[in-house]
Design a protein around this ligand. Structure first.
Ligand SMILES: C[S@@+](CC[C@H](N)C(=O)[O-])C[C@H]1O[C@@H](n2cnc3c(N)ncnc32)[C@H](O)[C@@H]1O
Length: 217
């Protein structure tokens, strides 16, 4: 059954703004992220080594930076909100000779039946999804009960002063980059109904984390 969130629940204006911001950045995204990518690469590798099952969903595939790590034996489906990002991902998939289903979609209203996937992955996405709890609850719905949800995310610092600075500068960062830097993503994962199994601090005192969660049984 496909029981997506009613469109009325989704903040259409915020979602259109997010799409417009990433559309504007899509042609320079890989260049812009080039320096950081050296640090992200081993984290991506680590996350994808945890993936199991045959039916895998990647949310917010962006320009396809995870594609080199996609399990070759799996049936991959990937979505993104932004046509410009997806276009680059399509080219990358072709270059890598990958067979996959790549389509436009919104994490907040996934166009898949319940329990369609063994695992869902998102890297640096839930900082941008306008309603992250709604998006994460959609993952909880489309992953089979007990299946995996694996996330790499940056989030608000637990340090009191640094956290407050992140709150202060967040509006400017969102306007410029499309991403919120002060999300409380671990709490959001719990709030979505997913079960957090493990959280690993990766960098900057836990601003960057790997989150291993399980869809509700
Ligand atoms: C910071 S980029 C990360 C891209 C990629 N996952 C990576 O690791 O490089 C965030 C991506 O999330 C996508 N995104 C934002 N909101 C989304 C939503 N509601 N549904 C699907 N994708 C979304 C953006 O279009 C963008 O491609």
């Amino acid at each position: 059954m496909i029981a997506t969130a009613p469109r009325s629940v989704i903040d259409e204006r915020a979602t259109a703004l997010t799409r417009a911001r990433y559309q504007r950045l899509s042609s320079i995204y890989d260049l812009m992220e080039g320096m950081a990518e050296g640090r992200y690469r081993p984290w991506r590798e680590k996350l994808w080594a945890l993936v199991n099952g045959k039916r895998i969903l990647e949310i917010g595939v962006g320009t396809g930076k995870n594609m080199p790590y996609w399990p070759r034996a799996a049936r991959m489906t990937a979505i993104d909100l932004t046509p410009g990002m997806l276009e680059i991902a399509r080219r990358r998939a072709q270059e890598l000779g990958l067979t996959s289903e790549l389509r436009l979609g919104d994490a907040q209203a996934l166009d898949f039946p319940d329990a369609s996937f063994d695992t869902a992955v998102a890297t640096f996405v839930f900082c941008s999804v306008p309603d992250p709890v709604l998006g994460l609850s959609e993952l909880n719905r489309v992953v089979k009960p007990g299946g995996q949800v694996l996330l790499l995310e940056h989030m608000r610092s637990a340090h009191r002063v640094l956290g407050a600075i992140m709150d202060f500068v967040n509006p400017a960062v969102v306007r410029l980059m499309g991403a919120n830097i002060n999300r409380r993503t671990v709490a959001n994962v719990w709030a979505s109904g997913l079960e957090v199994e493990r959280v690993e601090d990766l960098w900057l005192g836990g601003i960057f984390k790997l989150i291993v969660a399980k869809a509700g049984e």
